[in-house]
Design a protein around this ligand. Structure first.
Ligand SMILES: Nc1nc2c(ncn2[C@@H]2O[C@H](COP(=O)(O)OP(=O)(O)OP(=O)(O)O)[C@@H](O)[C@H]2O)c(=O)[nH]1
Ligand SMILES: [Mg+2]
Length: 331
């Protein structure tokens, strides 16, 4: 056991003894993982915590009947990124999933229409982004597995309805419920350190039902109540207003890079991009293709899909990839 753990670690660790369900244990272990300082001396401890979490997750999935607080539903990631739809009842989450993806969720004007997570694929230019519809979050209802899905996602789309009785109150309830599970919403610009990934979630706020929003003051009140630098997008899912802009915002906030691979002397395949996150380098691309490539890589040549001036310029292994780069690896 490394000596330099903060006192908070041992406080939290005590809770493990009294935790009963696998879900409770997972939550505590995740907390511990976040507390552990990230350096060489704690690598073993971090690995142990991660493997305990993985074991508990698979147990919980195999034996949903034993788990007192119910099963864990996880949705395998697909496409270039996974975005979960979070919001109160009737805010239009399922309507949005139906409008943007191939999925056919149940939509109705009563609350709790959605009971299980439902994924759908949203086409965006030459890639697909996965959206996952969830049951609503309310004061009384926020299942353990919903929080788990949110923590695992690449981003959150928070849907708000400004036509209800107390839109600001509904928003604050969601923030509070997420906070109970240690999830903090951050705006699109915040750079999240890797060890905070489970707990800080990039959030795009979408205010729906623009077509019914006639009370300017109520809308402004809701906008003012949002955390600073949340730049909400006003849409009407039913009238398909603002949806193209929304798709663009989803793509941008995921910080996706599409990179095309090119073989010397041949044309690149522009239909099948490799997907990276901002901050990836030519080395990461080589590693993804083959581990030998990463070792043997000497340099790369770069083309830009939309810039004819930059043709086959030589870049080094640390070159930071940009969206729509065309890369030829040289070993
Ligand atoms: N007027 C209007 N109605 C909308 C809009 N979007 C959704 N609705 C309606 O709002 C109701 C609820 O829509 P759903 O998509 O089922 O809402 P939800 O957020 O999935 O609801 P839960 O599954 O209960 O959490 C339905 O009657 C929709 O037709 C919109 O932009 N304008
Ligand atoms: Mg729904």
């Amino acid at each position: 056991m490394p000596a330099n753990l903060p006192p908070q670690y041992f406080e939290t660790e005590k809770k493990l003894k009294t935790a009963k369900t696998p879900q409770e244990k997972i939550a505590i272990l995740e907390e511990l993982l976040a507390i552990v300082p990230k350096h060489k001396g704690t690598e073993k401890l971090q690995a142990q915590l991660k493997s305990k979490i993985a074991k508990l997750r698979s147990q919980a999935q195999k034996k949903p009947v034993v788990a007192k607080r119910g099963p864990i539903f996880l949705v395998d990631k697909a496409g270039a990124g996974q975005v979960v739809l979070v919001g109160g009842p009737n805010t239009g989450k399922s309507s949005l999933l139906a409008a943007l993806t191939n999925a056919k969720p149940e939509i109705a004007d009563y609350p709790f229409t959605t009971r299980l997570p439902q994924p759908g694929m949203m086409p965006y230019e030459n890639i697909q982004i996965q959206l996952v519809d969830l049951p609503p979050v309310t004061e009384e209802y926020f299942e353990f597995w919903q929080a788990e899905l949110i923590k695992n996602a690449d981003g959150i789309l928070l849907l708000l309805d400004p036509t209800g009785e107390d839109p600001v109150g509904d928003y604050l309830v969601i923030l509070a419920k997420l906070e109970e599970r240690k999830i903090e919403l951050v705006n699109e610009e915040v750079a999240i350190p890797p060890d905070k990934f489970l707990f800080q979630k990039k959030t795009l706020v979408v205010i729906n039902k623009k077509d019914l929003t006639h009370e300017e003051s109520k809308l402004r009140e809701l906008q003012d109540a949002l955390k600073p630098n949340f730049n909400p997008l006003l849409v009407s899912v039913v009238q398909k207003e603002g949806l193209e802009r929304l798709k663009e915002r989803i793509f941008n906030f995921l910080r996706i890079l599409r990179v095309y691979s090119k073989i010397p002397g041949k044309k690149p395949d522009l239909d099948e991009p490799f997907i990276f996150r901002q901050g990836s380098t030519v080395m990461d691309m080589a590693r993804m293709i083959h581990k030998d490539f990463a070792e043997k890589l000497r340099y790369a040549r770069l083309w830009k899909k939309n810039d004819l001036h930059l043709q086959g310029v030589r870049v080094n292994r640390e070159y930071l990839l940009q969206d729509e780069d065309i890369i030829e690896l040289h070993l």
